[in-house]
Design a protein around this ligand. Structure first.
Ligand code: ATP
Ligand code: MG
Length: 409
């Protein structure tokens, strides 16, 4: 079955506040094998909201409303729902008593407008709210399900888990969800999509989602089937050709980060690494050391920003820097070799480049990065050219450096 989420609240139409409830609800629904096919945000406007609820109930099996169940004039969800359903509302003494008891427990005086919260849409089932006053409501009409949940995330989550989940599970066919999560480095999103779209667009199940960050693309496959075997089989059917197309550009098959993958391999093979960074200012080392247990393979690193320090700490020749510049293949090579020698590691990575926005030369414009990888007896240097702002270029440079090491491993 498909679902639709309507987040109610004018504050989410301002630049200050975003709707996060729907992200939580989507995650939960996906677990049940329910796809979210549409989301909307409607301000605190009764007729606009009623229109949207009516339209949603015509097209989607499960419609979920979040927010606007409070006691004030701008809480219009109950009224709008009743309007859309063509039903009345009835004051329920037992709900009112519960709200009263809650106020009494908290030693708070109850305002008269709280009475609004004790109205139930005719035919609705009240959903107790353990974390707040406004009860939720569960309503069925013409085979469709509509439920009203409170806006505060804590209340919404508690109500979803305790009230909605068990009811939905009873109603939905038992489906298992199996997922695959690949991560890819070293290619752009559109390039990747062009290559693998012919594979995954043939399938509505599994659902394929592609998310791209700087130099890092996530591919999620989610299959929903009657059995584990069926789901795994279907996933493999789609994953195998994707793996074949992308080859070793896939660095992770379970969602691990590049630095985690590198750590696992280094530990397994008893090897060590170090870094010498210039334009990334320690980002590579920061990422490597963010992995618990990285002390087993990461010995240390150098942040050598000026020419002088490159010479002082890493032994990069002054003449070389004068002749070729610090952003050069030769400088990257000497930085990596120097770091490896001083710290006595199996591998050393170096990064030097122009992150911008100023600087750069005709031969090496802003965005040019040299990455060195020194190992026993050799040092490879890769020149890469990125576009983007300073932060993006630095991020891409750190990603490329780690990926160069990963491919070597
Ligand atoms: P209350 O009784 O607290 O008024 P309510 O059900 O009327 O509850 P709203 O008034 O719509 O809910 O929202 C209360 C608060 O919950 C908002 O100020 C906001 O901080 C948060 N909230 C509401 N909707 C969302 C949402 N979709 N995502 C994240 N936070 C939300
Ligand atoms: Mg409110």
């Amino acid at each position: 079955m498909d679902a639709e989420i309507i987040a109610v609240g004018s504050e989410m139409l301002t630049p200050q506040k975003i709707d996060t409830n729907s992200l939580y609800l989507t995650e939960q629904l996906n677990e049940l094998g329910v796809e979210v096919v549409q989301k909307s945000i409607i301000g605190d406007d009764r007729s606009r909201l009623a229109g949207e609820i009516g339209a949603a109930l015509k097209r989607t099996g499960i419609v979920i409303l979040s927010g606007g169940l409070g006691p004030t004039e701008d809480d219009v969800t109950r009224d709008a729902s009743a309007l859309a359903l063509g039903r009345g509302q009835t004051f329920r003494q037992e709900i009112w008593d519960e709200i009263g008891a809650r106020f009494a427990r908290m030693n708070r005086k109850m305002a008269e407008n709280n009475k609004r919260q004790a109205y139930l849409i005719d035919g609705a089932e009240a959903l107790p709210n353990d974390r707040g006053t406004a009860p939720g409501q569960w309503i069925e009409q013409d085979g469709r399900i509509l439920f009203l949940l409170p806006g505060p995330p804590k209340e919404l989550k508690a109500m979803f888990e305790r009230q909605i989940l068990p009811r939905l599970k009873e109603r939905l066919p038992a489906l298992v969800i199996r997922t695959r999560h690949f991560r890819v480095a070293g290619m752009g999103e559109s390039d990747l999509d062009q290559q693998i779209a012919p594979v995954y667009t043939k399938y509505a199940n599994p659902v394929t989602t592609i998310l791209a960050g700087a130099g890092d693309i996530h591919i999620y496959l989610r299959a929903r089937c009657k059995t584990d075997e069926e789901a795994e089989c279907l996933l493999t059917e789609v994953a195998a050709p994707i793996e074949k197309i992308l080859g070793d550009r896939i660095y992770s098959y379970g969602g691990e980060s590049l630095e985690e993958v590198i750590g696992e391999i280094l530990i397994a093979t008893g090897r060590t690494m170090s870094v010498a960074e210039s334009c990334t200012g320690g980002m590579v080392a920061e990422r490597v050391t963010s992995v618990p247990g990285s002390s087993k393979y990461f010995r240390g690193g150098f942040l050598t920003y000026t020419d002088e320090v490159k010479t002082q700490l890493l032994g990069v020749s002054k003449d070389l820097l004068a002749a070729e510049g610090a952003v050069s293949e030769a400088a990257a090579r000497e930085m990596a070799i120097g770091a490896r020698k001083v710290l006595n590691t199996t591998f050393a990575l170096s990064v030097t480049g122009f992150a911008g926005p100023d600087g750069g030369t005709e031969a090496n414009p802003v965005g040019t990065i040299y990455i060195g990888l020194a190992s026993d007896g050799t040092c490879d240097v890769r020149r890469v050219q990125f576009i983007g702002d300073r932060e993006r270029i630095r991020m891409l440079a750190s990603q490329s450096a780690l990926d160069l090491l990963r491919r070597r491993l």
